[in-house]
Design a protein around this ligand. Structure first.
Ligand SMILES: Cc1cc2nc3c(=O)[nH]c(=O)nc-3n(C[C@H](O)[C@H](O)[C@H](O)COP(=O)(O)OP(=O)(O)OC[C@H]3O[C@@H](n4cnc5c(N)ncnc54)[C@H](O)[C@@H]3O)c2cc1C
Length: 523
């Protein structure tokens, strides 16, 4: 017999298999020996009261053998001689998952990635952090695995398509992710573990007859009668194709320029921009777990996170990509610009908690850029990033201000220790941020201080600028057939086209495009 049951357990009990079985037996009114095992379906943290609890939902096996259904989530075929081949620009989560799904459906993917493979990319990241030098083709956003490889690897998504989300998580486990992502309410992989998973995916694509090329940048394509016939790469190659999946992410500004120049319709898309805030992790733990300052987290309880949102004069201000135990990363893709983002290792064991705090940007906020048409958001974004670079004094040193000083509008006399490796410099962020962003943040931070005890403190530092939250451009596509309205085999995909935000939703959109392609090509 199998029974589904939810238990509320202390952190210590939730980590101990024998104690879990004891709780199950007493809850079910049976002898512990009757329980052959259990399968964890969901694990979530409840920190509302003084005592932290875990809620564990389990499928319990009583007087029958434990079954752990290990079904391979993928049926990869040999596509080396497939009838159709499709070019995928971009080896981020969208491009890789589109490729895997195409292989399942008998289509050969040819991935063109402007950046380097994981190992070579790591050297460019070291140069970024140590010397403040940006390689425009190999950085935190560009390279094998896209922005997902050295990301935080949080796998939460607002998508309600449970089956589709579970499939992506299953595939990630198949390629080496910890199975706990299948039941954790807030799954997270960590920067240290993502590279291995990504390289395993690339290997599987190649082993199945797909092709993956690094340092191969898409720069143009030829259209004949509304159909792309071939693509051109920066090294002079011309490759014929049945179609192009554009999965180039939200930082491929040259791709948006290319579409704009070729008069292929693109649209302005609202996005958000602001700063990244960093607190000591212990301060966030104390507030979120109702601890006394001297007491630390008990074993088994993860570093605390938070999620904040406030409406300021009709404008949304919200936390974005919160990284407990994390590091602030330099995520620029061009020289002379500062972009920050955050990541954390799987253990989330750094002493800082960072999060983007960003303000919605609508078309009416950036009227001064309207001569750039659909690219207005990009030019606005870039101007703030360049101002931040100059304010920091070069070498990716980021302008920064203590939180209370920011709201008092005084330059900080000193800045605290910060995880951002290129370094921070004390600057009045009023001189960096657009007025409407600055003023909205000013009010929102004080409100956030009322929501999390101790949050509003000069121990916290703001680092500018968090500008790549989502794409400032939407590339339109047919709602059903998913191709661009003007080009019948151009498939705008995932985050760069405005249809995803985050690793899981990008992967899901990649799969969706592959499914659609198969139904078109196999007709
Ligand atoms: C530091 C950091 C931390 C993050 N943390 C999280 C997190 O915890 N959870 C989460 O869900 N999301 C996180 N994100 C965001 C997440 O990584 C993205 O949402 C996701 O990777 C988008 O996937 P994508 O495939 O659409 O695009 P991308 O991952 O951006 O991939 C696009 C790829 O296209 C390539 N490309 C661009 N132009 C060209 C061209 N012309 N020719 C060929 N290739 C090209 C790029 O090099 C890149 O590899 C983080 C991002 C960063 C930078």
């Amino acid at each position: 017999m199998q029974k589904k049951i939810t238990l509320r357990l202390s952190p210590a009990d939730s980590m101990d298999d024998e104690r879990i079985k004891h709780h199950l037996a007493s809850e079910l009114g049976i002898n512990i020996n009757e329980i052959s095992g259990y399968q964890l379906l969901k694990k979530s943290l409840d920190a509302r009261g003084r005592q932290v609890w875990f809620h564990l939902t389990m499928n319990v096996f009583i007087n029958e053998p434990l079954q752990t259904d290990i079904i391979s989530p993928l049926q990869l075929q040999d596509v080396s001689k497939a009838h159709h081949s499709i070019i995928v620009a971009g080896a981020g989560p969208a491009g890789l998952f589109a490729a895997l799904r195409m292989i399942e459906l008998g289509i050969k993917p040819i991935i063109l990635e402007r950046g380097k493979e994981v190992r070579a990319r790591r050297r460019d990241l070291a140069a970024l952090n140590k010397d403040g030098v940006v390689n425009p083709d190999s950085n935190y956003c560009f390279g094998e695995g896209g922005a997902g490889t050295y990301s935080d690897g949080k796998l939460y998504t607002r998508s309600t398509k449970r089956g589709d989300v579970q499939r992506i998580l299953n595939i990630l486990v198949h390629f080496g992710a910890d199975p706990n992502i299948l039941y954790d309410a807030h799954p997270h992989i960590g920067t240290n573990k993502l590279p291995y998973i990504i390289t395993s995916i690339t290997k599987a694509i190649r082993d199945s007859g797909g092709e993956v090329y690094f340092e191969k940048k898409l720069v143009d394509f030829t259209i004949k009668n509304e159909w792309i016939t071939e693509v051109k790469t920066a090294d002079g190659d011309q490759i014929e194709t049945d179609g192009l999946i554009l999965a180039t992410g939200h930082s491929a500004r040259d791709i948006y320029e290319l579409l704009y120049q070729k008069k292929i319709e693109i649209l302005f898309k609202p996005f958000a921009l602001g700063v990244r805030i960093e607190h000591p992790q212990s301060l966030i733990d104390t507030a979120q777990y109702h601890l006394t300052p001297a007491a630390g987290r008990v074993e088994g309880v993860p570093p605390a996170s938070y999620s904040l949102v406030e409406q300021v004069n009709g404008k949304g201000v919200f936390s974005f990509c919160m990284c407990p135990g994390g590091i602030i990363a330099p995520a620029a893709t061009n020289r002379g610009e500062i972009v920050v983002n955050g990541w954390s290792p799987s253990k989330r064991n750094n002493p800082f908690a960072n999060s983007g705090i960003v303000v919605n940007v609508d078309e009416k906020d950036i009227q001064g850029y309207k001569n750039h048409g659909a690219l207005a958001g990009i030019y606005f974004q870039q101007s703030v990033e360049q101002r931040a670079y100059k304010a920091g004094g070069g070498k990716l040193i980021a302008p920064a201000q203590r939180l209370v000083d920011f709201t008092k509008q005084v330059t900080s006399a000193s800045v605290p220790l910060c995880s951002y490796l290129p370094g921070i410099a004390s600057v009045d962020l009023k001189d960096v941020l657009p007025r409407f962003v600055h003023d909205s943040l000013l009010i929102a931070f004080k409100e956030f201080g009322k929501k999390i005890k101790g949050y509003f403190t000069n121990e916290a530092v703001l680092v500018a600028t968090e500008s790549r939250t989502s794409s400032p451009v939407r590339i339109p596509r047919d709602e059903k057939k998913l191709h661009h309205p003007q080009v019948k085999n151009l498939y705008p995909c995932a985050e760069g086209a405005g249809y995803a935000g985050g690793i899981v939703s990008a992967a899901m959109d990649g799969e969706r495009i592959a499914n659609q392609l198969a139904s078109t090509l196999h007709k």
